[in-house]
Design a protein. Structure first.
Length: 132
């Protein structure tokens, strides 16, 4: 889209394609405070900048790492209040440690489930008539 200020700007449709999110999701992130610097032009349409692109890509990474929206909002609040990474990085490390522990727990549960399935298969095979 572009602007007279020569700072690249994007429509919500362009942004949606760039970050692989629906337009509704982008609006929702704006509503809940994850995306807060959105400008509007004369006709009321939203315009987004490269900062918004970077922010949404970061949100996508956090989502892939398993952070909840509530956790992301908490990080955003800390950042807005402190305006530095000194507070956010330790909190993010704690959240990622917690997520890694949850993944380890889930892996152990799946290993146990796989073992039960294999044992059940053996019992079922034992009930089949023997071929001679």
């Amino acid at each position: 889209m572009g602007s007279a200020e020569s700072i690249p700007t994007y429509t919500i449709g362009e942004l949606s394609r760039m970050v692989n999110l629906t337009q509704r999701t982008i609006r929702y992130y704006e509503e809940i405070g994850l995306l807060h610097s959105v400008r509007r032009i004369e006709n009321g349409k939203r315009v987004y900048t490269d900062d918004d692109v970077r922010r949404l890509k970061f949100i996508n990474r956090l989502k892939m790492l398993g952070l909840s929206l509530a956790e992301m909002i908490e990080l955003e609040k800390i950042y807005r209040e402190q305006r530095n990474n000194r507070e956010i990085i330790p909190k993010l490390i704690v959240l990622l440690d917690q997520r890694a522990a949850q993944i380890d727990d889930r892996i152990n549960q799946l290993i146990a489930l796989k073992k039960e399935i294999r044992e059940y298969q053996v019992r079922l095979r034992g009930k089949l008539p023997q071929e001679t």
